[in-house]
Ligand binder design. Structure first.
Ligand code: PMT
Length: 316
């Protein structure tokens, strides 16, 4: 066995042992039924000649529990804004979206609610009826209309996760069920995914006690699922991963590496200090910088525009 085959084998066994040790999903049957309904509806449209495209947008950070009855956990930075905004622009561009998001993170069509209080959008009139102040009326009406339209037309399916165990199990379910869309499927993986975890079977069952003094803990490496996604789960889909770094000197080098190593079609490179204002889209053909032009503009609008064009070329 050569070293390449050797490393593939060890990666496969890491992936298997990750899934074997993961606690079963609480609502796996419901997720699977909703997924089936969404995929059937969209694949019927594709079969009837409608050139639809389906994207799975992952969004928000995964947690790593330290106890089975979890009091403490390690988290990954992500508000979910990018995923929520991108979902809106994908739907606008004609895509159906499976939005796989961290519970409590930003949501499409109401991503501004985290900063502006929900209550600011409503007021009571003299008859104690709830109404929307004139200043917010257009935003609220548009959001309600667009959200309901997307759900009723079967263009948006939302599935939530919290832990790394839930995220990767659901991603696998989504990816394998999306394989029927072939090249019309896309993955836009902007969730911030944990790199280290505590295997479920070696995790403390109850709250770890502080009386025992300082805590020594060994974390296993989460196997990179990007290659499994590309090779096994959805081999024909168009795959976009993200690369987040804090050191600008290594960002592009890491993005180039991800493109080759995981055979991504696109890697979107961003730096923590500037990720809202600038990203670099890396493909085999070169690098394109996408910048937002003003504080009121979403960088995601231009980014999705570019990615939709890349996907169109890929489908050819
Ligand atoms: O949500 P916001 O606040 O708007 O922020 C958006 C963002 C900065 C989180 C987003 O733009 C972003 O960069 N997301 C990716 C963060 C991340 O996990 O980067 P990474 O370099 O650690 O991972 C690179 C890729 O590998 C990711 O696409 C991830 O899905 C994938 N991965 C990571 C770990 C792992 N074990 N398996 C994976 O497949």
């Amino acid at each position: 066995m050569d070293s390449r085959n050797g490393s593939e084998t060890s990666q496969e066994s890491d992936v298997k042992s990750f899934f074997r040790s993961a606690p079963p999903l609480q609502n796996g049957d419901l997720i699977s039924a909703n997924l089936r309904q969404f995929v059937d509806r969209n694949s019927r449209r594709l079969e009837s000649g409608d050139p639809i495209k389906v994207v799975c947008v992952t969004s928000g950070g995964t947690t790593v529990p330290l106890e089975q009855r979890c009091v403490r956990y390690i988290d990954n930075f992500s508000s979910g804004y990018r995923g929520a905004a991108s979902t809106e622009y994908f739907i606008k561009a004609g895509y159906s979206v499976i939005f796989l998001y961290r519970r409590g993170s930003c949501q499409p069509y109401c991503r501004y609610l985290l900063e502006d209080s929900f209550l600011d959008f409503f007021e009571l009139n003299e008859e104690s009826m709830i109404q929307v102040p004139e200043s917010h009326a257009t935003v609220v009406k548009t959001a309600i209309k667009d959200y309901h339209k997307a759900v009723e037309e079967g263009l948006l399916l939302k599935i939530s996760f919290t832990t790394i165990f839930e995220y990767l199990q659901i991603l696998k379910m989504v990816a394998t069920s999306m394989s029927c869309f072939g090249q019309h499927g896309m993955f836009y993986l902007c969730a911030a995914v944990s790199d280290f975890y505590v295997p479920w079977e070696s995790m403390a069952k109850h709250k770890i006690q502080s009386a025992g003094g300082p805590l020594d803990m060994r974390l296993n490496q989460v196997p990179k699922m990007l290659s499994v996604l590309r090779k096994e789960w959805a081999p024909s889909a168009f795959c976009i991963s993200f690369k987040l770094e804090t050191d600008p000197d290594i960002l592009l080098q890491k993005a180039d590496m991800a493109l080759k190593k995981y055979q991504m079609h696109v890697v979107v490179a961003n730096e923590l200090a500037t990720y809202k204002d600038e990203v670099i889209v890396v493909t085999a053909g070169g690098k394109t910088t996408v910048r937002r032009h003003g504080k009121d503009q979403d960088l995601e609008e231009q980014l999705i525009d570019l990615l939709v064009k890349e996907h169109k070329e890929y489908i050819g």
